[in-house]
Design a binder for this molecule. Structure first.
Ligand SMILES: Cc1ncc(COP(=O)(O)O)c(C=O)c1O
Length: 447
């Protein structure tokens, strides 16, 4: 037994927490039109509650014993070399791109033909997506170059990406839309051919594969989100996947105030020369803990979040299987319904779907806004494909986008697309209620 019976006390507390969670999580019967059918949500079990409390009882609070365990397990799952835990998917995107501006990556020019990113560089992306996939490009003084997407997959049209590469293009930063992997063959070929960095926003795609490999393992950096809507949750949270220890250090530096020091929280002198550095114009021996090599942020997460992440990750296979099964269920029910453009997986991919996107054919009389209101009245959750067309959002009015070709499909997404849920908390009767309601609405619109 631990000191003064503390370990036994901890076990007793955790047993009580598990019992509490079991009662709290009991579900009631589904009543169509009365029980909400959320578009997404967290799926917690008693072990998740116990993990949160276990980490709390350490009293450590910031990055502690659960952090490296979660980071390693996550990297192993995705097939990346390593991962860095941060406080959101948006923070992950910010760190993932910012890290590639580090002058400490200057050696990459000789080794891989790509220099650190700089203000004025162009980054290829899409406008039909989530704002914080594109924001880091703007926040780092670079220019977003946007191409149109394909209806049904909602990913960039590969040919447009080819046309978009110009003399200032230095990177590609895009999301696997709603879990559907973008054309990684074309993207990797372009990166290889033109010396571009790849920042893979896999925030909505944990568990998706392309050519048998998990998304998040392809990019120079890649990201994932653990916001409750996502495949696993830590409340708020995200991670950056990296391929090299050198890139990992820069990601950590941007996360941790921009510091040069890379000691883990609670450790000193990992480099064995804490008081022997001379960097910048600082005096020799200036404490390495307070030397800053980047203009950074503080985007760290707590150990309670890491503990929850680790517990959630244990259940990832079941979560992914449920998402795929729910997707198939909706697809089966909606196939052949006139006026609906249904989603489909990109070639070579096996998506771990985030949602079920539907576009109402522009020729069909059904109105997307009226349909989502109709669903809302029936307590069925739906979402738009995030920003629709980012170039038309008020915040982006003065952003100097370079638009390659037209954004016809992006505008259709803005006007005619929505998505409904596939998360593991949905049951077959709920999915049938979603499908029946959509069918009823579009058939009535046709009369
Ligand atoms: C594609 C994509 N990237 C980034 C994010 C941001 O993640 P977070 O909400 O954790 O900041 C989201 C949010 O859902 C997203 O859908």
């Amino acid at each position: 037994m631990g000191e003064d019976g503390l370990e036994q006390d901890r076990e007793d507390i955790l047993a009580a927490v598990r019992g509490y969670a079991k009662r709290k999580l009991a579900t009631s019967e589904f009543v169509p039109g009365t029980t909400p059918v959320p578009v997404s949500g967290k799926v917690l079990d008693p072990e998740d509650y116990a993990a949160l409390v276990d980490a709390s009882l350490d009293g450590w609070l910031t990055a502690g014993r659960f952090h490296p365990l979660f980071e390693r397990a996550l990297a192993r799952y995705v097939g990346a070399r390593d991962s860095v835990f941060v406080n959101s998917g948006s923070s992950a995107n910010l760190c993932a791109l910012s890290a590639l501006t580090s002058r400490k990556l200057a050696s990459y020019k000789k080794r891989f033909g790509k220099r650190p990113l700089e203000p004025g560089d162009e980054v290829l992306t899409v406008a039909a997506g989530f704002p914080t996939t594109v924001n880091p490009i703007i926040q780092n003084g670079m220019r977003p170059v946007v191409v149109d997407v394909e209806l049904g997959t909602y990913d960039a049209i590969a040919e447009r990406l080819r046309e978009a590469v110009g003399p200032k293009t230095r990177a590609i930063m895009m999301a696997h839309t709603l879990g559907n992997p973008f054309d990684l063959d074309t993207v990797r070929e372009l990166c290889q051919e033109h010396g571009l960095w790849l920042i893979e926003d896999s925030c909505d795609a944990l568990g998706s594969t392309y050519d048998g490999k998990r998304t998040g393992s392809f990019g120079d950096t890649a990201t994932v989100s653990f916001y409750p809507a996502h495949h696993i949750t830590t409340g708020e949270g995200g991670a950056v996947f990296v391929k090299s220890p050198l890139v990992r250090k820069q990601v950590e530096s941007f996360r941790d105030w921009g510091r040069d020091c890379y000691c883990e929280t609670g450790h000193d002198n990992t480099c064995f020369k804490r008081f022997e550095w001379q960097l910048g114009e600082l005096p020799a021996g200036y404490d390495h803990k307070y030397i800053y090599s980047h203009i950074g942020y503080n985007l760290k997460a707590t150990d309670m979040q890491a503990a929850l992440g680790l517990s959630q990750l244990n259940k990832i296979d079941g979560f992914v299987a449920a998402r795929k099964a729910n997707f198939e269920h909706l697809h089966r029910r909606l196939t052949g319904v006139e006026g609906l453009i249904l989603p489909f997986a990109t070639p070579k991919s096996d998506p771990s779907w985030f949602g079920f996107p539907i576009t109402i054919d522009p020729e069909h009389p059904a109105d997307r806004n009226l349909l989502t209101r109709f669903l809302d009245d029936r307590k069925i959750g739906s979402r738009l494909l995030f920003a629709g067309n980012l170039t038309k959002q008020p915040a982006y009015r003065d952003v100097d986008f370079r638009v390659v070709g037209d954004l016809t499909n992006t505008d259709i997404v803005m006007n005619r697309t929505f998505w409904v849920g596939v998360y593991p908390g949905l049951t077959p009767p709920m999915l049938d209620y979603i499908a029946d309601s959509i069918i009823e609405f579009v058939e009535n619109a046709n009369r």
